[in-house]
Design a protein around this ligand. Structure first.
Ligand code: PMP
Length: 364
């Protein structure tokens, strides 16, 4: 007999998610540009809602009815086809759990969101990584990797940690190439940063097909990461599956109230998008100008830039220089990116500061 409970072998293989931190190696507090949070904060209307808390002794609405109705109204969706979660992380995990298990494969692209690997392993399925194309998901490589045991395909669009994105025609080609019994999860955590013309058509696919789930979050453009609110839309049988296994009260009173108020302030989302577009372009230009030092930004559509360090200054040295300058950014050697830093777009001043620190460290 074992002397202690035995951890399941598929859980044993999981490396815990490593969150973006705000402290340097010496424990010093840094400005956090490592977790893709909104530098503008959240809508004042959401803050007002958070400052008028519901009675904490009462359970939240288990069905997040008002929040789902507002999401449906804002996005032109059917509220019955929406489920809310404790961040979109919860929904990604539940999607894997509901549709994959031991003996099955869960497929995603190289350099995609690290939770997909955890979500696959958590339910005993095998995580499979398809080759990327220049840090972008490669539809042909994904389709080539599909076999009869593939049950779920995750696509982050735009992608974290690379910021790259697949246009609508490519997303549709991916969906069209998948067997009808494979679930395609389109993770649109950064979709609010796209212009309407750049929309990848995920909502339309999810409305028209029984094997597409789209997930979104209030953590990024809405600036409500601390409230842990995510949501998903898809065919009724997909939503039903997630409802069966989610926590019954998985979105808090304050989360539901803040999300509802935030949705009424679309001007805040426009301002966020405008800020991000401007500062992302400025910062990317500043990094591209260091091309002769082996530094280059991967083209991004999200609220961060992945900067490659392929010259004399390596990413670890750049990370140290940036930390010495007071900023925490993300180095992801464990995700196959020892040569890159993922830098969240902050204020104009912060981005100028970081660009200068990098240029100086590179001897430019
Ligand atoms: N998907 C992607 C691609 C992300 O980058 C993140 C946040 N790191 C999430 C989902 C999860 O966000 P949340 O759980 O806060 O909704």
């Amino acid at each position: 007999m074992n002397t202690r409970p035995t951890i399941k072998p598929w859980i044993e293989g999981i490396h815990a998610y490593v969150p973006g931190k705000a402290t340097g190696a010496d424990g010093r507090q840094l400005v956090k540009l490592s977790a893709n949070e909104n530098p503008l904060g959240c809508s004042p209307q959401a803050l007002d809602a958070l400052n008028a808390p519901a009675n904490p002794a009462t359970y939240p609405d288990p069905d997040a009815t008002a929040l789902r109705a507002k999401l449906a109204e804002v996005h032109g969706l059917n509220a019955k086809r929406i489920v809310c979660g404790t961040g979109s992380d919860e929904l990604l995990n539940l999607a894997a759990q509901a549709f994959a298990g031991p003996g099955d494969e869960v497929l995603f692209s190289k350099y995609s969101f690290s939770v997909y690997d955890i979500a696959a392993r958590r339910c005993g399925a095998r995580p499979v990584e398809a080759a990327d194309d220049q840090y972008t998901a490669d539809v042909d490589a994904l389709l080539d990797a599909v076999n009869e045991t593939t049950r779920v395909v995750f696509l982050a669009n735009p992608n974290n940690p690379t910021g790259t994105y697949l246009p609508r025609t490519e997303v549709e080609r991916l969906h069209a190439g998948l067997p009808a019994d494979v679930l395609l999860v389109i993770d649109q955590a950064y979709a609010e940063y796209l212009t309407p013309e750049e929309d990848d058509g995920g909502f339309l696919l999810a409305a028209a097909h029984s094997n597409v789930l789209v997930t979104r979050t209030f953590s990024k453009a809405y600036g409500l990461a601390g409230e842990r609110i995510g949501w998903a839309t898809g065919a009724p049988h997909l939503i039903d599956a997630l409802n069966r296994i989610r926590g019954p009260f998985n979105v808090t009173n304050s989360g539901q109230a803040a999300g509802l108020a935030a949705l009424s302030d679309q001007a805040f989302i426009s301002a966020t998008r405008e800020h991000n577009t401007t500062q992302l372009a400025r910062f990317s230009d500043a990094m591209a100008a260091l091309g002769n030092r082996g530094i280059r930004p991967v083209p991004s559509k999200a609220n961060f830039a992945l900067v490659l360090f392929e010259g004399e200054l390596d990413a670890a040295e750049a990370l140290a220089a940036i930390a010495a300058g007071g900023y925490a950014v993300r180095h992801l050697p464990g995700q196959g990116l020892p040569h890159a830093l993922r830098i969240t777009i902050g204020t104009a001043e912060q981005m100028d500061d970081i660009a200068q620190i990098i240029a100086k460290a590179a001897g430019a």
